[in-house]
Design a protein around this ligand. Structure first.
Ligand SMILES: Nc1ncnc2c1ncn2[C@@H]1O[C@H](COP(=O)(O)OP(=O)(O)O)[C@@H](O)[C@H]1O
Ligand SMILES: C[C@@](O)(CCOP(=O)(O)OP(=O)(O)O)CC(=O)O
Length: 450
């Protein structure tokens, strides 16, 4: 039996929060070394079945059989009535895509999901290390375990999509092939958007698929205009195939990475905020406060663009001749010494302060906690530390997490300063790569028959 395994990274949206919901604005998305994994095996069968097992979460299992409606569209149903909208919508979209000729091959498919420690709280966990991979096992089901905000659902949908696509494309499926990656991305965006209730910009699925990227979203209309899958009138399969295979989504996903010698540190703040509620509040503040709100967005966007171009300039200096030059080393030293004079570094610092002060204005005027006072205090203490270039609240902000750009020598993670007492520094780093094919034997002892 062929067993294949895939993994996709979590994300942090360093700049572009809220604005990225509009296709005109660019965002800077860093993929993280915390990854979600899928291991897939299948056998021929007389009935199409998909079983998804998440053994780290109290052995959570969802088992779907598929029936055809009058139009020949496949409708998944979970045999025990359990709900996992992300799993269900992924199965629905990938299987209907491969049922375009109405003669999908019938397999009994089993997919095991594993997620790296960074995604969830490590409280009350047992760790299993098989020598190649290390995973935490929780006593509770997935919906009961606190998340850290790295985008678990986007990673889940991306690795599940890859696992299912690999069953039908077999050897021709290669994650290094850009065309295959685009297919995964498009299918995963459709499934994630449907499961999530159409609220996100898709930057998380973008990072899970393509890694660290400059991201500008596709038009929301692309997915919103799909007919409903159980609608007997609209042809879902035809519309889906056209959308994921024959439509230019006109989105940006240019690969990026932090300049050499700089690293990303993520601090989990442990309380959590609900992104959908924050987004709804910001949208109503925006619409009720035109044209001032547009001016605020333009100021934030100026900060975002300055941040992006300055990092790119720093990248150019750092990579000259493929070696780290003495000049670049002395620029990094300024950060370690806490005496920053280099104009590119100054521009990065100013850009982030400009973004933060505008978000604080929105927080106040729109009564929405994007950068609440406790986070302001924390970030202000963080940026005073030697080795820290800048720090921000990633994504939607709130009480979730902080992101720090620091030098390799920065000691903030080891600090005993009481101002960091509520912060758990996550054991992860920035990652260039998105979706990867893994070696299935690396999951031995975690998956019974490997
Ligand atoms: N390891 C996993 N196994 C199964 N389902 C998962 C896993 N991780 C995440 N999910 C699904 O994603 C949901 C969490 O999604 P969401 O609330 O959007 O959080 P996030 O911001 O981390 O994406 C879970 O309730 C579950 O349905
Ligand atoms: C507001 C946003 O622009 C950014 C939200 O970023 P987070 O990283 O906070 O996202 P979640 O993982 O969904 O909670 C909405 C979006 O772009 O989807």
């Amino acid at each position: 039996m062929t067993v294949r395994a895939f993994s996709a990274p979590g994300k942090a949206l360093l700049v572009g929060g809220y604005l990225v919901l509009d296709p005109q604005y660019e965002s800077y998305v860093v993929a993280l070394s915390s990854r979600m994994h899928s291991i897939v095996e299948f056998t021929k069968s007389d009935q199409l079945k998909v079983k998804v097992i998440s053994s780290q979460f109290n052995n959570d299992t969802w088992e779907y059989t598929l029936s055809e409606n009058k139009l020949g569209n496949l409708i998944p149903s979970e045999v025990n009535g359990l709900k996992n909208p992300f799993v269900e919508k992924t199965i629905l979209n990938v299987l209907n895509f491969f049922n375009k000729e109405k003669n999908i091959a019938k397999y009994d498919i089993t997919i095991r999901i594993f997620s790296d420690p960074g995604f969830h709280s490590e409280e009350e966990t047992t760790t299993i290390d098989n020598g190649s991979k290390k995973f935490n096992f929780h006593k509770k089901s997935i919906t009961k375990v606190p998340k850290t905000g790295l985008g678990s659902s986007a990673c889940l949908v991306t690795v599940l999509t890859s696992a299912l696509v690999s069953v039908f494309l077999k050897d021709s499926f290669n994650v290094k092939d850009e065309k295959n990656l685009l297919l995964i991305h498009n299918l995963a965006q459709v499934a994630h958007c449907q499961a999530q209730g159409k609220v996100g910009s898709g930057f998380d699925v973008g990072a899970a698929t393509f890694g660290s990227i400059l991201y500008q979203r596709f038009s929301a209309e692309l997915i919103n205009s799909l007919p409903s899958n159980d609608d007997e009138k609209g042809n879902y399969i035809e519309a889906l195939v056209k959308l994921v295979q024959n439509t230019d989504w006109k989105f940006t996903h240019d690969r990026i990475h932090l300049p050499k010698g700089l690293r990303l540190i993520m601090g989990d703040v442990n309380t959590g905020s609900e992104t959908t509620k924050l987004v709804a509040k910001v949208k109503s503040w925006y619409n009720e406060n035109m044209p001032e709100s547009l001016k605020t967005y333009q100021e934030i966007n100026q900060g975002n663009c300055d941040f992006i171009t300055s990092l790119s300039e720093l990248n150019k200096i750092s990579e000259k001749d493929g070696i780290i030059s003495e000049g670049y080393k002395s620029i990094l030293k300024e950060i370690d010494n806490g005496e920053i004079k280099n104009e590119i570094l100054v521009k990065i610092i100013k850009a982030v302060l400009q973004i933060r002060s505008n978000f604080r204005r929105i927080s106040k005027k729109g009564s929405v906690d994007i950068e609440p006072a406790v986070q302001t205090e924390l970030l202000d203490n963080v940026i005073k530390q030697k080795g820290v270039l800048t720090a921000m609240i990633p994504g939607a902000g709130g009480y979730d997490a902080i992101s720090i750009i620091a030098t390799e020598d920065c000691k903030i993670k080891e600090s005993n300063d009481p101002v960091f007492k509520d912060v758990t520094f996550l054991d992860l780093k920035q990652e260039d790569f998105g979706l990867l094919e893994e070696n299935a034997s690396d999951y031995k002892n975690l998956v019974s028959n490997i």
